[in-house]
Design a protein around this ligand. Structure first.
Ligand code: AMP
Ligand code: GLY
Length: 435
């Protein structure tokens, strides 16, 4: 009987811990949970959505000692890091340097590798060393403020000023007036963004259309995941304040094969080989924020993680078992793994709390889940109380859909966005408008 059957070669024994609590993490958890290799999936701290596909545990992403205890007690084999914060704080190195943890895989770069996101000065210098196309720049501190002012005077408006360190997505200022730019330079170096702006990068303004490209790497080999475009402004027509992201689409029509070949040759290859040649451990996701200038790709920024809300479309387009790919990342044999991409379009529309990105209220009951058909809901800022779900952040739920094209996918997401109800719900009705 069963002993005559072909043995099941899939090892269902992976225990995975995913760090994070946003829509990105729900999308990654949703994809991981589909893998036959997984025995248990834990999410720390997670949200109401991640509890539908795994077990939430109440540990903060930066509490490394609590993470260690949990990993050892629950025999976790792999830790997948969603947000940048624990990476910049060195979670990879914490595991690598601990005798009890060093055999646990961490998907995410070392602290040094996370500097690609954690320090604009570091990433700009890296690109310069490796001949990777990016805007011309110089960095300044309070000791070189006069040189900074002189540099600004050599530039043309608009002026681009960037806090070197992590500033919760608020550290980039684009200013039209020279006097105002000089004032902002002073106030940034004077602590406007705390320690993050003790160094300021001033760079050339680039004009073009942006998209996000995602790479999975084991430090030597890489796979290029589906590209996406996100919509950062709160208002229709890309107007108003910047947000964490109001929606995304994939594929991106202007990122055609010719463009993507240039991205691979001029940016991805020198980045991966540059990290390796500098002895920087990088096993995880690399996010390229690109701008297309006169048809050519230029790097605006690197991130050491996946994008949000881009992940809420990228995961839909990965057909392969993501855990198999992540094992390739951890074990250094990513070239042996298969990445199959779904040719369909995927889009996501973010439902946000009224008032966001300014002041907004939390704790509004969310209803209508059972009316949603033909979309996948990824929770961003939600929490459960008993069997009810409540808003718990500015970005609340990402409504993701497939379609044979972008228009078909968007029609599903917009229809379902209407069916989910909470007080003061808002969403953009023009995601993908410019493609
Ligand atoms: P970053 O945090 O570096 O991605 O910058 C945030 C946003 O500012 C980018 O997505 C761009 O829209 C814009 N930006 C950053 N750098 C430049 C630049 N050099 N020229 C034009 N826009 C820029
Ligand atoms: N969507 C842009 C980011 O995740 O930084």
């Amino acid at each position: 009987m069963s002993y005559l059957c072909k043995p099941n070669t899939i090892d269902h024994s992976m225990n995975i811990l995913l760090l994070g609590s946003g829509g990105r993490e729900h999308a990654i958890a949703w994809k991981i949970a589909q893998s036959p290799k997984v025995e248990s999936l834990f999410i720390a701290p997670g949200n109401a959505g991640t509890s539908l596909v795994g077990t939430n545990i109440s540990i903060s992403v930066n509490d490394f000692s609590a993470i260690k205890d949990f990993v050892l007690t629950r025999k976790v084999n792999m830790v997948v890091v969603g947000p940048e914060d624990p990476l910049v704080h060195g979670v990879y190195d914490f595991f690598a340097e601990d005798a009890d943890l060093k055999n646990v895989s961490v998907i995410g770069p070392s602290q040094k590798g996370a500097q690609m996101e954690g320090s604009k000065d570091f990433s700009k210098a890296f690109m310069q060393r490796h001949g990777i196309p990016t805007a011309a720049y110089k960095s300044f501190t309070s000791a070189s403020i006069e040189e900074g002012v002189a540099f600004l005077k050599t530039m043309k408006a608009p002026y681009v000023l960037k806090a070197d360190g992590l500033a919760a997505g608020k550290g980039v200022l684009i200013i039209n007036d020279l006097q105002e730019a000089i004032q902002e330079l002073n106030s940034m170096l004077d602590g406007k963004f705390g320690e993050a702006s003790s160094t300021v990068v001033i760079e050339e303004f680039l004009s073009g259309i942006e998209c996000s490209v995602f790479v999975m790497t084991d430090g030597t080999n890489y796979k290029i995941l589906p590209e996406a475009k996100d919509y950062k402004r709160i208002g229709v027509g890309d107007k108003g304040l910047n947000t964490g992201g109001m929606g995304a689409v994939s594929p991106v029509s202007f990122a055609d094969a010719v463009y993507m070949n240039k991205v691979e040759d001029r940016i991805i290859k020198p980045t991966i080989s540059g990290l390796a040649s500098e002895g920087i451990d990088y096993k995880g996701f690399l996010f390229l924020g690109l701008i297309k200038v006169d048809g050519e790709p230029v790097v605006i920024e690197y991130n050491a993680r996946m994008g949000d809300p881009e992940t809420e479309v990228v995961m839909l387009r990965i057909k392969s078992d993501i855990v198999d790919l992540l094992e390739g990342v951890a074990e250094g044999n990513l070239q042996e793994k298969e990445l199959v991409i779904d040719p369909r379009s995927a889009v996501t529309v973010m439902l946000v709390s009224g008032g966001y990105p300014g002041y907004f209220e939390k704790g509004k009951e969310i209803t209508g889940f059972n009316k949603v058909k033909n979309s996948i809901l990824f929770h961003a800022g939600t929490k459960t109380d008993g069997d009810k779900v409540f808003t718990n952040g500015g970005r609340v739920i990402a409504v993701s859909s497939y379609g044979k094209n972008k228009a078909e996918a968007l029609a599903k997401s917009f229809a379902n966005a209407e069916k989910i109800c909470f007080e003061k719900k808002y969403f953009r009705t023009d995601i993908g408008f410019d493609l």
